[in-house]
Design a protein. Structure first.
Length: 301
């Protein structure tokens, strides 16, 4: 007779006891616990992942209530850190899961250390800059990384995508899943951003505008990510490297990575060559994030 709890019976019928034990022995870190991260956390907890670290520096606000899984109507705004709400959700689903909330941004030594210690990393960002940094950090330390994105690029068009960087076979770069201009803008200093806006005539505040975000679209993307994680950990099959979800059609497409990727082959497992910690030596990234949290305008706005 199995010593696994009966709550996992229907899981075991799909991927077996060994698969469930592998999930129980796996540690994950979810970087960005919002509209995408919160339903993902729910799936991970229901799968029975053994250890979940939650990273986000924001508090719940009223505009998050349409899509934050686990938020209650009486959770105070302000005063409800997103990581604490998600940690509560995990504990209510399965109190035996080790859950660690970290209220910090990606660009911090604490979060970099968290990434290095976890088995699998999930990135749920609104911008490509943090995606590029986390992609490189995971490559340098040979971590399995799943990046999630939902998108409403124009009226009537909506969907998202997930990218799985697993065992060096594909990443955000070689799958062309990054907007390099957005990455460059994110890494720019304030002076460089002002100069760019002056050259191209694009107000800085426009570059930061956020679009629509709704629970059902985020739910599809997070479920796809959780599924690829599940099959990878349990050994059901290898994860798909890139899945594009076109919700308005609807349809799913997949893609294969390009060969000879610098991140997948050149620096994977070589942290000293990669020096991903150089991002920690860019104080303007932390300072800008602090301003954004406090609602302070960018220079030149």
């Amino acid at each position: 007779m199995s010593d696994l709890p009966a709550r996992f019976d229907r899981n075991i019928r799909l991927f077996g006891e060994e698969g469930q034990r592998k999930l129980r022995a796996t540690s994950v870190a979810v970087i960005g616990v919002g509209g995408l991260g919160s339903p993902l956390v729910q799936h991970l907890a229901l799968l029975g992942v053994g250890s979940i670290t939650l990273v986000d520096d924001e508090e719940l606000d009223e505009t998050n209530r349409n899509r934050f899984v686990g938020a209650r109507n009486d959770d105070p705004v302000p005063g409800s850190p997103k990581v604490e709400l998600a940690a509560r959700l995990v504990r209510e689903i399965d109190p035996t899961i080790r859950v660690t909330p970290i209220r910090a941004s990606l660009i911090s030594e604490e979060v970099f250390a968290t990434v290095k210690q976890a088995d699998w990393i999930f990135g749920c960002f609104d911008e490509d800059g943090p995606r590029a940094i986390l992609n490189e950090l995971c490559a340098a330390y040979a971590k399995s990384y799943i990046d999630l994105a939902s998108d409403v690029p124009e009226e009537g068009v909506y969907g998202g995508r997930i990218c799985v960087a697993w065992q060096g076979g594909g990443c955000l770069h070689c799958l062309d899943a990054l907007d390099r201009r957005d990455v460059e803008l994110y890494l720019s200093t304030d002076a460089e951003k002002v100069g760019r806006a002056a050259i191209y005539g694009v107000p800085v505040e426009v570059l930061r505008e956020t679009g629509p975000s709704v629970s059902p679209i985020n739910g599809v993307v997070s479920a796809l990510a959780a599924t690829e994680f599940m099959v990878g950990v349990t050994g059901m099959r290898e994860p798909q490297r890139l899945i594009n979800y076109y919700g308005h059609v609807p349809k799913l497409t997949t893609a294969k990575p390009k060969p000879d990727c610098y991140y997948c082959e050149g620096i994977r497992g070589k942290p000293q060559d990669a020096d991903a910690e150089r991002f920690l030596r860019m104080p303007h990234l932390r300072e800008r994030r602090l301003r954004e949290r406090r609602g302070i305008s960018e220079p030149g706005e």
